[in-house]
Design a protein around this ligand. Structure first.
Ligand SMILES: NC(=O)c1ccc[n+]([C@@H]2O[C@H](COP(=O)([O-])OP(=O)(O)OC[C@H]3O[C@@H](n4cnc5c(N)ncnc54)[C@H](O)[C@@H]3O)[C@@H](O)[C@H]2O)c1
Length: 670
């Protein structure tokens, strides 16, 4: 296919003649069949809704086809409309456009739907099992057409994958505004998501799927590296011993598979238990884990050797995490840091494999005797917690990794609560990410080179490293470690070979870091040192972007963690300060109805206007959350805000007076 054919097909949108039906592609990973949740009347509505995208002469053929899709998959994906060209990130100028900023958005959408990047590409799912870019292929085609036609005087509006249309606006407005899964709060249950999604009127955008900001596994490797490094530091605070640390956890799946790779980068020995041999083989073949051991005695020997030799290796233990914790306790193997990344958000259907029975037997029991399986899971969790408690008494630092481990263990009756009825152990955001990163403004800043050229990425890595090295010289002690971690990360980033899909990079930076790096990129684009525009953005798992009471905002303790003003304000504020696109989502990471999160994308094109926009928008995008965290009396955020107010004219934030607890207790006891 020529470059001109590609452009013509994008401009075509919904084709005038029906494309041929597509054979089922066995080579792709497909989404599971979804719950059959619609009533007959609702099914009729789903088909009628889907037919809205097509001229009536197609309806006779398509009505039957869509009814079959709904029956076979639980959704109407419109498979025959998946384009024949390869969907992937290309050079920005390979896309047809009138607005170059709109072309950058096309690049980002294409990356999220790349067969090599997306989890279920035919079903338009990028990650997390349900993180959708669009609900169906008609929405994709129409959106790409709109983006290719639009000017810098228009804004495209997307409701949960559906392109509502182009509306007149102005050059400084966002080119695109996306919302995903926004529903009336009382209707935000899991079943309602299934129902609305099956009817084609809402979707689960996860965080970076429906906001077109996914950059493959690199993001999770970086986040896990930062978490492990800071966990080591927490330990160091208590214990001055500088020996190589041992990290024990479980899971070599989608996200959990980043643990051994991240441990290598963080310079610790890691042992990650995994029951599924396929998951082990995948990570071993990728080079994400160094060794695989099934025999526990050999494992202990290997760990002791690595410790003596100060050799930061990663080992996959083929076996159950419960056995690992127990055997290490029996053999007095000292675990420094411990966590768990089985999929306990889904405990009864294969997210957690109980100890004492084989992996295969578990898979049989899940459907043949679900009640017995549940009891085995509960028993296993109780055993796991007993072993963890023993290690923690001996000095292990254990944290929950956002997988509902503490919650499910408590539901199983495990010894996981303290005398006040709180969990004995913290979550990674409560103890690490929140107080050590988010409260100081450090979060997942990322960028994508629109030339799609690795040479540009290399240049951006160099610029980012130089910028951070300059900043660290005058930075206060409180943030020096975060800065040096990220300097180390960015200096090694290209060696770690983490690019999958678009030429993208991630690091954690604070307000100043993000602004200075973006400014330096913009200037390098203007001078031709970087050959094409660069998109900047972030994961929604950030300082200000997400209100999620058990994750991102779990260290907000003024009673406001169930409110979502911060995430909503963030998107509104970004949109009028210069973002190229903004997105606001219900759901993401922890489930529909459990979180509101938002993000942005900004195209750096080398212009002076862009420099003004990036200063304004990035400043708000971080300091909104800092101000909220400071108001919640978080000390790191109060420190950061005070520093920011001294530095920034026009920033005047309400700061809290701290009341004396005894005074309040006395007032109430009278
Ligand atoms: N890494 C992060 O930053 C992060 C952040 C938030 C949440 N999470 C959570 O982490 C969990 C894991 O995510 P994922 O994408 O890797 O899931 P996944 O299902 O792909 O992987 C989990 C792995 O654990 C294995 N496993 C299950 N029970 C086991 C046991 N008893 N012993 C040993 N291995 C066992 C499974 O075989 C599977 O391969 C999820 O609940 C996710 O929400 C991770």
């Amino acid at each position: 296919m020529t470059a001109a054919d590609f452009k013509r097909m994008i401009l075509e949108g919904i084709p005038e003649t029906l494309p041929a039906t597509k054979p089922y592609d066995q080579n792709l990973n497909h989404a599971p069949k979804r719950k059959d949740i619609l009533s007959l009347e609702e099914k009729k509505l789903a088909i009628k809704n889907a037919l809205r995208y097509f001229p009536v002469q197609f309806h006779k053929i398509l009505a039957g086809e869509f009814a079959r899709e709904l029956h076979d998959t639980g959704r109407i994906y419109m498979f025959r409309f998946k384009p024949d060209y390869e969907i992937r990130a290309r050079h920005i100028d390979d896309f047809p456009y009138k607005s170059r900023h709109a072309a950058a958005i096309m690049l980002m959408i294409s990356n999220n739907l790349d067969n090599a990047v997306a989890q279920h590409p035919d079903e338009l799912i990028t990650y997390g099992g349900n993180g959708a870019v669009f609900q169906n292929w008609a929405q994709y085609r129409l959106t790409m057409k709109y983006l290719s036609e639009m000017t810098d005087e228009q804004t495209l509006v997307i409701y949960s994958g559906h392109p509502l249309g182009l509306f007149p606006s102005h050059k400084n407005a966002p080119r695109l505004v996306v919302t995903n899964g926004m529903v009336i709060p009382n209707y935000s249950s899991q079943d309602n998501w299934e129902r609305f999604n099956a009817m084609g009127v809402s979707q689960y955008g996860q965080m970076t799927a429906g906001s077109y900001m996914y950059i493959g596994p690199q993001g999770i490797v970086h986040g896990t590296t930062i978490t492990i490094l800071n966990a080591c530091r927490k330990l160091q605070g208590k214990n001055k011993n500088t020996d190589l640390k041992l990290f024990v956890s479980s899971g070599l799946g989608g996200m959990s598979g980043a643990q051994p790779k991240a441990s290598n980068i963080a310079g610790v020995i890691s042992v990650i238990a995994e029951v599924n041999p396929k998951a082990i083989n995948t990570r071993y073949a990728q080079g994400w884990v160094d060794e695989v051991i099934s025999d526990i005695d050999k494992l202990i020997e290997r760990v002791n050797d690595a410790r003596k030799g100060k050799n930061a290796i990663s080992i996959a233990f083929h076996g159950n995490i419960v056995d690992l914790w127990e055997q290490f306790a029996r053999n007095n193997v000292k675990i420094d840091i411990g966590s768990d990344q089985t999929s306990l958000h889904n405990p009864w259907a294969g997210g957690y494999y109980p100890a004492g029975i084989s992996y295969e037997e578990s898979n049989r029991l899940i459907s043949s005797d679900p009640e017995r399986f549940k009891e085995l899971v509960r028993e296993s969790l109780r055993r796991q917690v007993n072993a963890i408690n023993l290690h923690c008494k001996r000095g292990t630092y254990f944290f929950d990794y956002g997988n509902a481990f503490l919650l499910e263990a408590s539901r199983a009756g495990a010894d996981i609560l303290d005398l006040n009825g709180n969990f004995k152990y913290p979550s990674y955001v409560e103890d690490i990410m929140g107080p050590m990163c988010f409260d100081y403004g450090f979060g997942p800043f990322r960028w994508i080179c629109c030339s799609n050229d690795p040479a540009d990425l290399e240049m951006t890595d160099r610029i980012a490293a130089e910028t951070l090295k300059r900043i660290i010289k005058d930075s206060p002690q409180e943030i020096k470690l975060q800065l040096s971690d990220n300097i180390q990360w960015i200096e090694q980033a290209s060696k770690n070979n983490l690019v999958v899909g678009s030429q993208a990079r991630i690091l954690y930076a604070d307000t100043l870091g993000r602004i200075e790096i973006a400014k330096a990129f913009n200037s390098a684009i203007e001078r031709g040192i970087i050959s094409a525009p660069v998109v900047i953005g972030r994961d929604h798992h950030d300082v200000s972007g997400t209100d999620s009471p058990y994750r991102e905002t779990s260290n907000i303790r003024d009673g406001s963690k169930f409110t979502a003003d911060m995430a909503v304000q963030n998107v509104i504020g970004d949109s009028f300060r210069g973002a190229t696109w903004v997105s606001l989502h219900n759901g993401g990471g922890v489930g529909w109805g459990e979180v509101i999160n938002g993000g942005f994308g900004m195209v750096l094109d080398g212009s002076e206007e862009t420099e003004n926009k990036l200063r304004m928008m990035l400043h708000w995008d971080v300091n909104n959350g800092i101000a909220r965290r400071s108001w919640a009396r978080n000390s790191g955020a109060m420190f950061t805000l005070e520093r920011e107010m001294k530095r920034t004219p026009g920033l005047k934030v309400t700061v809290p007076f701290i009341a004396d607890d005894t005074l309040i207790e006395n007032a109430l006891s009278k």
